[in-house]
Ligand binder design. Structure first.
Ligand code: NAD
Length: 359
C-alpha cells in the first residue's frame, strides 16, 4: 500500500454557464456579508457588472496590475479597512484574484472569487507580491477564497490566443503535479482528469471561434482541477523555472508556462515512469511528450521565449538562478548545464525532444 498524507482545502465551488449572478447572490446571502468590496480591473468592469447585478457593493476597486505590486496591495488594503469591508468579490484573472489574496493576507477578509481566465489562483492558498521587481510567494490558508463562482459566459470575451495560453498554464499545473514534491495518488488522479479535460477543451476553443461555450466550460473545470492538484502537490521543476523567469525577467506568466512546459516534459517524463504512463493515458497518446506536442500543434501554442521578451544573453545566469530551487524528489538529477540546454531550446523554440538532453 502507498502511504501518504493529503490535505483537501474546503471551498464551495459553483459551476454553471449563465448562473454566475444567481450563484453569487446566493453565496453573498449565505455568508451574511453587508459591506462588499468588488475587485475588478478596468478592462473587466462590464463582466463584473454582469455578474454582480443583484449584489450591493460598498466599494469598487479597479487598480489591478500583473504580479500584485506591493504599493497596489497596500492601497487596496487600506481602502478595505477604511470601509470596514466584510467580503471581497474578485472578478478577473489571476492578477485580480492575487490582489484580493494580498488584502486577505493582511486583513483576513474572506474572498468569493469569480475567475475569468484559467490561471487557477482561486483554488490555491498561495499568495504572491512584487516589490522592487522581486516576486515573493507564500502559503497561507487565509488567502484561500471561501467560494468560487465559475460561469463560462464570463470567459467568452477572452481572446482565443489568450484562452489557449491560459489553458496551457492550467495544463502545466496538472503535468508538473505529477512529479511535484508533495504529490500523491489523489493529486495524480485529479491531474490526469485535468489533462484529459484540457486536451479536449483547448482545441474546441481554438476551432469554435466563439460559436458555443462548450470548450470554455470544460476549460474552467480543467482549470479548477489543475489548481486543486497544484495546491496540494506543490511546485515542481516547471513552476520553479517559470517563477524565476517571470520574477527576474518579467516574462508574461501564461506564455512562459505554455512554452516551458514541453521542455520540462521532454526532460523529466522519461525518468518518471508513473507520471509518463498517466500523462500519456490522459492524452490518449503513445507517450507524454507526443501527447503534449500534438496538443500544442493543434491549438497553435506559442513556441519560443525569444518572442515574449526573453533575452538569450541571460540564459546562463537564469540557469544558475533556477538551480538552487530545484525541488526535492525531481525524478532526475538536474545540473546547470541541463537547465541551460532546456532554456536555450525554449528560447529558440526548437522542437522539444527527449534526445536534446544528456541521457
Ligand atoms: P491576468 O489576470 O493578468 O489576465 C491577463 C489579461 O487578460 C489581462 O489583461 C486581463 O484584463 C485580461 N482578461 C482577463 N479575463 C478576461 C476576459 N474574460 N475577457 C477579456 N480579457 C480578460 O493573467 P492570468 O494569466 O489570469 O493570471 C496570471 C497571474 O496569476 C500571475 O501573476 C500569476 O503569478 C498568478 N497566479 C497565481 C496562482 C496562485 O496560486 N497564487 C496560480 C496561477 C496564477
Amino acid at each position: 500500500m502507498t502511504a501518504f498524507v493529503h490535505t483537501t482545502h474546503a471551498q464551495r465551488v459553483f459551476f454553471g454557464t449563465g448562473d454566475g449572478p444567481r450563484h453569487l447572490g446566493a453565496e453573498v446571502e449565505r455568508l451574511g456579508a453587508e459591506r462588499i468590496m468588488l475587485i475588478a480591473a478596468d478592462q473587466e468592469t462590464s463582466l463584473a457588472a454582469e455578474v454582480i447585478a443583484t449584489v450591493p457593493v460598498t466599494r469598487r476597486w479597479n487598480d489591478v496590475a500583473p504580479h500584485v505590486p506591493i504599493a497596489t496591495a497596500q492601497a487596496a488594503t487600506a481602502a478595505a479597512r477604511n470601509d470596514a469591508i466584510d467580503l471581497m468579490i474578485s472578478v478577473g484573472g489571476g492578477s485580480t484574484t492575487g490582489l484580493a489574496k494580498a488584502i486577505a493576507l493582511e486583513t483576513g477578509i474572506p474572498i468569493v472569487a469569480v475567475p475569468t481566465t484559467y490561471a487557477g489562483s482561486e483554488a490555491t492558498n498561495v499568495w504572491g507580491l512584487t516589490e522592487n521587481s522581486r516576486k515573493t510567494t507564500g502559503v497561507n490558508d487565509v488567502v484561500l477564497p471561501v467560494s468560487i463562482v465559475y460561469d463560462a459566459r464570463l470567459t467568452a470575451s477572452l481572446p482565443v490566443e489568450l484562452s489557449v495560453v491560459s489553458g496551457l498554464n492550467a495544463l502545466a499545473h496538472c503535468i508538473d503535479s505529477m512529479w511535484a514534491p508533495r504529490t500523491d495518488p489523489i493529486d495524480k488522479a485529479l491531474a490526469g482528469e485535468g489533462i484529459a479535460v484540457l486536451a479536449r477543451a483547448l482545441p474546441e476553443i481554438r476551432n469554435d471561434a466563439g460559436q458555443t461555450l462548450a470548450g470554455r466550460e470544460d476549460a474552467l473545470y480543467g482549470a479548477y482541477l489543475s489548481a486543486v492538484t497544484f495546491a496540494s502537490a506543490g511546485s515542481g521543476l516547471h513552476h520553479k523555472i517559470c517563477h524565476v523567469l517571470g520574477g527576474a525577467y518579467n516574462l508574461p506568466h501564461a506564455h512562459t508556462h505554455a512554452i516551458v512546459l514541453a521542455y520540462v516534459t521532454a526532460f523529466l517524463a522519461p525518468f518518471a515512469q508513473d507520471a509518463e504512463r498517466r500523462i500519456a493515458s490522459a492524452f490518449d497518446a503513445t507517450d507524454a511528450l507526443t501527447g503534449l506536442n500534438d496538443l500544442r500543434a493543434a491549438v497553435g501554442a506559442p513556441t519560443a521565449l525569444r518572442d515574449h521578451g526573453f533575452d538569450g544573453s541571460v540564459i546562463s545566469e537564469a540557469a544558475h538562478l533556477i538551480l538552487p530551487s530545484v525541488p526535492p524528489g525531481t525524478p532526475r538529477p538536474v545540473t546547470a548545464d541541463d537547465l541551460e540546454v532546456l532554456l536555450r531550446a525554449a528560447w529558440a523554440g526548437d522542437p522539444p525532444t527527449k534526445e536534446m538532453f544528456r541521457s
